[in-house]
Design a protein around this ligand. Structure first.
Ligand code: DX5
Ligand code: ZN
Length: 226
């Protein structure tokens, strides 16, 4: 079984003190920094760009997992690689040449991920499974934090998990993940859980408890904790 990872989405951080807040959430036990990049075109919201990401890269040694919700994406891959991304995830829906985009990410020496919107069939990743390190199943429509988990995502997670088979590919879920549903999500086969509001709620004093609560229910569902 692939290792469980909790990936705080820094979209829910306090942007007025982003570096400090990212440091705090990683010190509180986050495994990967999940960076949501939105362009106001592929998704109906704008977050920030590679320069802002680069400016906070030094606050932690933990990997940066960069979720690009932008189209076209190819012209920006270099900037995010240079800005300190370790994993670059693109949307299957964002461009006509997914395979070419994935080759470009790998050529930059980064791990490559593909994300699927809630309405996208899992078959969209089928023919690139040998070219990727991560599949990201969106469990909300991308663009905003704080939305509710779409229940049909559980069936999709299980379907993608089957498609992955024995390949060395992690399965990430993003959107509406909480300590209440993390068990079902992990049981369906996801091993990287992104959480924004469920991690950042209550302020820095609560980050460690919030992360632990999500991790605990997922570990119990995986049979790794009683
Ligand atoms: C949504 C982003 C998510 C989001 C998660 O477009 O990709 O990473 O910030 O936030 P929560 O956990 O609040 O749904
Ligand atoms: Zn995301």
């Amino acid at each position: 079984m692939r290792s469980l990872r909790i990936c705080p989405s820094i979209l829910s951080a306090d942007f007025s003190r982003l570096g400090e807040d990212v440091r705090a959430v990683m010190e509180a036990g986050g495994d990967f920094v999940h960076v949501d990049i939105m362009d106001g075109h592929f998704v109906p919201n704008i977050s920030f760009g590679p320069a802002v990401m680069k400016s906070i890269r030094h606050v932690t040694n933990k990997p940066f997992d960069v979720h690009l919700m932008i189209s076209p994406v190819d012209p920006y891959l270099d900037a995010f690689a240079e800005g300190g991304a370790d994993i670059i995830t693109v949307h299957a829906e964002a461009g006509p040449h997914l395979h070419r985009t994935l080759q470009a990410i790998r050529k930059l020496g980064k791990k490559a991920g593909v994300s699927l919107n809630p309405g996208t069939h899992p078959s969209a990743v089928e023919y690139v499974l040998d070219d990727i390190d991560l599949v990201l199943v969106m469990s909300v429509n991308p663009g905003f934090g704080g939305q509710s988990f779409i229940p049909s995502s559980l069936e999709k997670i299980a379907c993608v998990r089957d498609m992955i088979g024995d390949r060395h590919i992690d399965l990430q879920v993003d959107g509406g993940v909480t300590a209440e549903n993390a068990g079902q999500i992990a049981a369906a086969g996801a091993n990287w859980l992104v959480a924004g509001s469920a991690v950042f709620k209550g302020g820095a004093a609560k980050y460690a408890d919030n992360i632990t609560a999500i991790r605990k229910t997922a570990l119990i569902a995986r049979g790794e904790m009683v």
